[in-house]
Design a protein around this ligand. Structure first.
Ligand code: SF4
Ligand code: FES
Length: 278
C-alpha cells in the first residue's frame, strides 16, 4: 500500500512550522499507524533527513502518550481508538492524509507532532490523591464499595490523559478530562474525605491553565478514545456547586478565568490576614 502523508514539521515552538508531503511505500494492512510512521522515519534517516517526532510509549492504548490529528480528527477516523491502536487496514492504497499536532494554547508545541501536556499534570497534582493510609494491601472487604460506585470510578479511571478532548473542543476546554479525574476519586468511599477540596482545587487548577470554557458542544465525547461520557461533566458541575455551598468560599470563578483567586490562594491569604491581625 502506498500513502501520501502531509505532515506538520516544526523544530520547536519558536521556529516557523510548515506542512511537508512525504510518500510512504510498503505499508502493510496489519501495521499500526505508528508502525507506518516508523517506516517513514527509517526511510528519512536513511536519506539523512530528520525523522518526524511523535510521542508514544505503550502502543496499546493505555498510556495516553500518543495522539495527533489525522485529517483534522484527534486519533483519526476510528471511534474509541487511539492512534497507536489504529491499523492501516482502515485506510486505502493511495490515501493522502494530513497529520498535525494538537492545536491548543494550553498544549504548547514541542516538536513536529509532539505537544507539552503538562497542564494536565498540574490539574492532577491539585487533587488527584486520597489521604487514606497506605502501606501493605488492606483486606479486600475492609472498605465496602457499592458496585455502582466501583463501576463509575472504573469508567472514569479509563481516561488516559491523551488530550484529544481538548484538541477537538472549539473552546479548547479541558472539562471532560478534569471531570473524569475528579469523578474517579469522588465516586469511591476512599475519596470522600477530600471530595470538596479535590473538586474545587482541580477546577481552580484547570482555570489557571489556558484552557477555554466548556459550552457543551460534545466534541470531546465524540473523539475520546476511551468513551468518557459527558455525564461526568454534569457530575462535576454538581460537585462544584455542592462543594461551594459547603465551603461558602466566595467568589467562586471556576471556568475560563485565568486570574481568579485559586482556592489554595484564598486559604493562604486568609491565614496571612489572621497572622497580621494577631
Ligand atoms: S477524557 Fe478522553 S480524550 Fe480526554 S484526556 Fe481522557 S481519554 Fe483523552
Ligand atoms: S502509545 Fe500509549 S496510548 Fe498510544
Amino acid at each position: 500500500m502506498k500513502l501520501s502523508l502531509r505532515i506538520w514539521r516544526q523544530k520547536d515552538r519558536n521556529a516557523p512550522g510548515r506542512f511537508v508531503t512525504y510518500p510512504v511505500d510498503g505499508v502493510m494492512p496489519e501495521m499500526s499507524f505508528l508502525e507506518m510512521l516508523d517506516v517513514l522515519n527509517e526511510d528519512l534517516q536513511t536519506r539523512g533527513e530528520e525523522p518526524v517526532a511523535f510521542e508514544h510509549d505503550c502502543r496499546e492504548g493505555i498510556c495516553g502518550s500518543c495522539g495527533f490529528l489525522i485529517d483534522g480528527v484527534p486519533h483519526g477516523p476510528r471511534r474509541h481508538t487511539t492512534v497507536c491502536q489504529l491499523h492501516m487496514r482502515f485506510f486505502k492504497d493511495g490515501d493522502a492524509l494530513t497529520l498535525e499536532p494538537w492545536r491548543a494554547r494550553a498544549f504548547p508545541l514541542v516538536r513536529d507532532l509532539v505537544v507539552d501536556r503538562s497542564a494536565f499534570d498540574r490539574i492532577i497534582q491539585a487533587g488527584g490523591y486520597i489521604t487514606a493510609p497506605t502501606g501493605s494491601a488492606p483486606d479486600a472487604n475492609a472498605i465496602l464499595v457499592p458496585k455502582e460506585a466501583a463501576d463509575t470510578a472504573f469508567d472514569a479511571a479509563a481516561c488516559i490523559g491523551c488530550g484529544a478532548c481538548v484538541a477537538s473542543c472549539p473552546n479548547a476546554a479541558a472539562m471532560l478530562f478534569t471531570a473524569a479525574k475528579v469523578a474517579h476519586l469522588n465516586s469511591l468511599p476512599q475519596g470522600q474525605p477530600e471530595r470538596d477540596e479535590r473538586t474545587l482545587n482541580m477546577v481552580a487548577a484547570m482555570g489557571r491553565e489556558v484552557f477555554g470554557t466548556c459550552s457543551n458542544h460534545g466534541e470531546c465525547e465524540a473523539v475520546c478514545p476511551k468513551g468518557i461520557p459527558l455525564e461526568f461533566i454534569a457530575a462535576l458541575n454538581r460537585d462544584v456547586i455542592r462543594a461551594a455551598f459547603r465551603r461558602r468560599r466566595e467568589p467562586l470563578h471556576v471556568l475560563g478565568a485565568p486570574h481568579h483567586p485559586a482556592h489554595e490562594d484564598v486559604r493562604e491569604s486568609n491565614s496571612a490576614q489572621k497572622e497580621s491581625s494577631t
